[in-house]
Design a protein around this ligand. Structure first.
Ligand code: ATP
Length: 235
């Protein structure tokens, strides 16, 4: 579905991505792990066209994303939930969701979409008329993911959904992500929280200093231990 090859990008004189290859097949949850500042967010921003690529290619269902304006991605079925949530703080939960539904002009199934996200995140339904800015961090993250889901994407890109959340909330969030994948969504999950991510991904990549330093074909227990020890410093 998504095929990234030899991707190079950066800021100013510095290349942050030094030739990244990564693929996401339909129906998978692919994890991209790596420590602070290794270039994970830059990769997502380059794929979305927010940072200009300096080399390489990004193919999404036969379309060259590097020649596609960022505003078109949602209509093509790519929903990117950025780090830091970016919900509308002065709008209610329901208004946040409605804006997202309206943005893709597929209002016909609005009710079903809302029901679906409320089944994943019942807390949002309880807080329908609460302003986004007054939600807890975990609730804001739920809303950010829900807002992406109501646009009915084919590919959901999540940038550190666990950031700043308490462990129990992280668990709830990752249970929901697993459920979303079980319902047929394809997901690229960028995370620093390797322990939580390892539980739900089908395959993973580890990035260091702008390059992919490890890729798994499938996650076995043995492989999981190796990844933790060698690449993520838990040893
Ligand atoms: P984190 O998990 O902490 O967000 P990351 O792996 O996502 O880390 P990036 O945010 O992609 O890392 O940052 C990679 C490098 O690019 C860092 O050295 C960062 O300082 C630099 N960088 C990121 N954004 C910019 C920018 N707008 N201008 C200049 N340098 C930047």
């Amino acid at each position: 579905m998504l095929n990234i090859q030899g991707l190079i990008s950066g800021y100013g004189d510095i290349n942050v991505l030094k030739g990244v290859d990564l693929t996401v097949n339909e129906g998978e949850i692919v994890g991209l792990l790596g420590a602070n500042g290794v270039g994970k967010t830059t990769l997502l921003k380059t794929v979305s066209g927010l940072v200009k690529a300096r080399g390489g290619s990004v193919d999404y269902l036969g379309t060259d994303l590097l020649r596609t304006p960022p505003v078109k991605l949602l209509g093509m079925g790519i929903a990117h939930v950025p780090q830091g949530r970016h919900i509308f703080s002065k709008m209610t939960v329901l208004e946040n969701l409605q804006v997202a539904i309206d943005s893709v002009r597929k209002r016909v199934h609005a009710k079903e979409k809302l029901q679906y996200v409320f089944s994943l995140f019942p807390r949002l339904e309880e807080r329908l008329n609460q302003l986004g800015g007054t939600l807890s961090g975990g609730e804001q993250q739920m809303l950010a993911v829900a807002r992406a889901l109501v646009t009915s994407p084919k590919l959901l890109i999540l940038d550190e959904p666990s950031m700043g959340l308490a462990p129990i909330i992280v668990q709830n969030m990752f249970d929901a992500i697993r459920k979303i994948a079980d319902d047929g969504m394809t997901i690229l999950l960028v995370e620093q929280n390797a322990v939580a991510a390892l539980d739900i991904v089908n395959r993973l990549y580890v990035m260091d200093m702008g390059s992919i330093v490890y890729r798994s074909s499938q996650i076995t227990d043995q492989e999981m231990e190796k990844i933790k020890e060698v690449y993520l410093g838990f040893g």
